[in-house]
Design a protein around this ligand. Structure first.
Ligand code: HEM
Length: 143
């Protein structure tokens, strides 16, 4: 069970962070070549599909992440400050990543200021995702 949950957590992280990198560094620059109307239309189609991938990934990351916290708690590692503090930072950063993703993905006019700076916020989310993975690598060395 633990291996399955760990695998699901890593798969979801790969999909989410890799997906953000693909949209930010491949798709967005590529569609800048198109005229405004075609660009918006294509962006909408891509977003509809990407929304499903990100939604499923975030749900999986949350459920399997909480399971991982449970595993750490029962192993006694949560009581060590060297583990506890970074894991709290990791979870808070992950929740910020989720919040930014939510603001960018929600359909309609909500968060239009964030959506108008899509490239900037996707870059921020990508970097935060990398930091979360760095903290995960550190935590893995401790257990
Ligand atoms: C942007 C979202 C997230 C990313 C990219 C991410 C990424 C990762 C990665 C790559 C690992 C390493 C797995 C391994 O070593 O096999 C990991 C471990 C872990 N994650 Fe996440 N995660 C995210 C969100 C969360 C959330 C929301 C939680 C908790 C609610 C969480 C809790 C944990 C815990 C407790 C571990 C185990 C650390 C250890 O003891 O080795 N993660 N995460």
């Amino acid at each position: 069970m633990t291996i399955l949950m760990q695998w699901l957590h890593v798969v979801a992280a790969v999909l989410a962070v890799g997906g953000v990198a693909c949209v930010r560094f491949a798709i967005l620059p590529a569609i800048e070549e198109l005229d405004e109307g075609a660009r918006e239309e294509l962006l909408e189609v891509i977003q509809t599909r990407f929304r499903q991938i990100i939604g499923i990934s975030m749900g999986l990351l949350l459920v399997t992440g909480l399971y991982n916290v449970g595993v750490a708690a029962s192993a006694g590692t949560l009581t060590t400050p060297a583990y506890l503090h970074p894991v709290i930072v990791k979870i808070v950063l992950a929740l910020i990543v989720f919040k930014i993703a939510f603001m960018l993905m929600i359909p309609g006019p909500a968060f239009s200021g964030v959506k108008a700076n899509r490239k900037k916020w996707l870059t921020i989310n990508f970097v935060l995702g990398l930091v979360v993975i760095l903290i995960a690598a550190y935590l893995r060395r401790l257990v």
